[in-house]
Design a protein around this ligand. Structure first.
Ligand code: NAD
Length: 357
């Protein structure tokens, strides 16, 4: 039995998580999924009820579960709150409390949706790439940092730091993910200029020796950015630092042209993970039954694959989504001429129908 904390959050979060719950309920009842659900509050809605975007009760539940499914947080009504009380604090608090250092961002482009990309169909159709980004260290956290007065002018500085152990653990994470995929890791750095990246590269080489079945290559980040738009299908797993991963993962996501289709995961050393769609709470469309729930349903699939060791059921979910797309059903954000446009709720129902076989 696995324990999963469900945090719908704000905006469309509640609507899309409700669809993922339909899938979980179906698999619990019919395929021995064995998932026990705990429900909690996070983000703006948590602030409204408890005065905190990350209530202690949610934090305690997070520490006692095997995984978390999160919808999204944020919204106009909380934008003027002090920084520490804003919805995003809930998310950042969970990441740091659980030490979720390994951020998995797949970029998948279903052939049925290839026309949504800004790139030519033959370049992106069938794209299936995983970016593994180090999430809790690097230049975003390095000390010293600040803006101060030097020689009569303002001077800004940040520090890019990585310890060997921080690189090792993200390396192991990437190689283990590659073992479940096509067994190729491309480590992205800037080792020709930055010492911290020299250490990154040497450490990746060393970690890679533990995974003789996985092929390791290295690429400078400028070339990687170029290759991502030139020939993205050459990559299987890309592993990189916090800063480079931030930029490259958004670039890869946009290759697919459909923000409502992309899940993500953030894992700690015990493979406890927080799974969530990459998009936000979309307050502009909240409550209208038009949000695409597929990224959230795909987040459940990732959870089964990477935290709960139930790849067979993950495959089942993935296949049912392909089936629904094959049948021509689309939410508005991924529709083209001639498609059958359906709402959030119906999309959830269609996926469950497809699961039935
Ligand atoms: P957003 O991702 O919420 O929305 C961007 C655009 O994409 C909007 O037009 C929206 O309607 C559309 N969109 C997003 N998800 C969709 C879906 N599932 N189906 C159909 N269309 C979808 O980004 P934003 O507008 O910049 O931010 C809105 C709020 O979300 C802000 O408060 C922001 O801080 C927050 N946010 C939260 C997260 C998170 O919870 N992980 C991530 C990003 C932004």
């Amino acid at each position: 039995m696995s324990k999963v904390l469900i945090l719908p959050g704000d905006g469309i979060g509640k609507e899309i998580v409700a669809q993922a719950l339909k899938v979980i309920d179906y698999l619990n009842e019919n395929h021995n999924l064995g998932m026990e659900l705990i429900h909690g509050l996070v983000g703006g809605s948590a602030y409204d009820e408890t005065g905190s975007p990350l209530p202690q009760e949610t934090l305690d539940a997070a520490h006692n579960c095997d995984s978390i499914l999160l919808g999204a947080v944020g919204g106009y009504e909380w934008e003027s709150l002090p920084r520490d009380l804003r919805p995003e604090r809930g998310l950042l608090g969970l990441r740091s409390e659980l030490d979720l250092f390994s951020n998995l961002r797949p970029a998948i482009l279903y052939p049925q949706l290839a026309s949504a990309s800004t790139l030519r169909e033959e370049i992106v159709s069938g794209l299936d790439l995983m970016i593994v980004r180090e999430l809790v260290a690097g230049i975003y956290f390095g000390q010293p940092r600040g803006v101060e007065e030097r020689n009569g002018e303002k001077f800004g500085f940040n520090t890019a730091t990585y310890s060997e152990s921080q690189i090792e653990r993200i390396g192991h994470s990437a190689f283990q993910i590659a073992q479940k995929r096509n067994k190729r890791v491309c480590s992205v750095d800037k080792a020709n200029v930055l010492e911290v990246c020299e250490l990154w590269r040497d450490t990746m080489e060393r970690v890679g020796k533990n995974y003789p079945d996985v092929e390791l290559s290295h690429m400078y980040v400028d070339n990687a950015a170029m290759q991502l738009v030139r020939q993205p299908k050459q990559f299987d797993v890309m592993v990189t630092s916090n800063l480079f991963g931030d930029v490259l993962s958004d670039c890869a996501a946009m290759l697919t042209g459909s923000i409502g289709m992309l899940p993500s995961a953030s894992l700690n050393k015990d493979n406890v993970g927080m799974y969530e769609p990459i998009h936000g709470s979309a307050p502009d469309i909240a409550g209208q039954d038009i949000a695409n729930p597929l990224a959230t349903i795909l987040s459940v699939s990732m959870m089964l694959r990477y935290s709960l060791n139930q790849s067979d059921l993950a495959d089942k979910i993935d296949q049912s989504i392909v089936k629904v797309l094959d049948q021509g059903y689309r939410t508005r954000d991924i529709a083209s001429d001639g498609d059958n446009i359906i709402g959030t709720n119906e999309m959830g129902d269609r996926v469950v129908e497809a699961l039935k076989g």
